[in-house]
Ligand binder design. Sequence first.
Ligand code: ATP
Length: 334
Amino acid sequence: MTQTITVIRGDGIGPEIMDATLFVLDKLGAGLTYEFADAGLAALEKHGELIPASTLESIKKNKVALKSPLTTPVGGGFSSINVALRRQFDLYANVRPAISFPNTKSRYENINMITVRENTEGAYLAEGQEVSADGETAFSGTRITRKGSERIVRYAFELAKSTGRKKVTAVHKANIIKSTSGLFLDVAREVAAKYPEIEFQEMIVDNACMQLVMRPEQFDIIVTTNLFGDIISDLCAGLVGGLGLAPGANIGADAAIFEAVHGTAPDIAGQGKANPVALLLGAAQMLDHVGQPENAERLRKAIVATMEAKDSLTGDLGGNGTTMGFAQAIASRI
Ligand code: ATP
């Protein structure tokens, strides 16, 4: 059975890492058909808008997209394209695995965790934000809902169930922010009670940060609100060797977008120096999502084997390979 996915080649290093990723996916024989769509600077130049209607239609139809990093032009009243896509498709779960790979600069070798971040509410919506006329006071509101908390915590537990993971840690600050973080924690406890087979742990965010740095191997799945999730997932990326190895998925009820967490890296764009692994790992998450966990595992194993052999690694990993050379080395191990 073939599955059509929307492919957005993106800006900066985007096209290079996407070409490399599709090369490996083709080697995998995952039976995917690609529908190419534009977004970002490439779309602005071609169609006069950052997210053309045809791109939205394509994602709506295929329900799955693989996306390279996009440039949102600074100034000119443009708001973040990634945020706009999350809103448009109500992609409420931001899912960021952090897994140790061999031969990275990481201090740890045994990390295997996933951060599940609520993507649609909380502090980042900055409701009613304003700075007073005299510039002395600023305000920004935080709204947390039962519905939003329930669906993200349920997502985390279902993910634990479907991937054989054993523990979910809810990260919060309910001791101080009793209203919003308190509601999130109350709902997390209610949802957790429905999954007695999975261990549930609560952890205050400041302690969670310290524990992550001191004993990261104790974590399995972390579920948390938008702002804490943003910070913690980057912290976790740092624990396993940086953004070049960090994928992310944005998942909603009707659509899902898979990506690399890093940006467009204009400093190395067009030079064949970019590491394609973050996007490849995003593609592995996508394969899990479309019901191909065996292919996802084959892909991850080929990446690990290539890094173990230090074959054609890109500069960020201490090698002098090219983007496509690295992809070919990975493909040869599939
Ligand atoms: P943007 O404005 O799109 O966020 P940026 O350059 O500010 O771009 P990143 O793209 O995340 O932010 O890049 C941060 C640093 O990490 C840069 O020095 C970049 O070259 C490097 N980098 C990011 N992604 C990769 C990658 N896939 N391979 C190698 N280096 C990378």
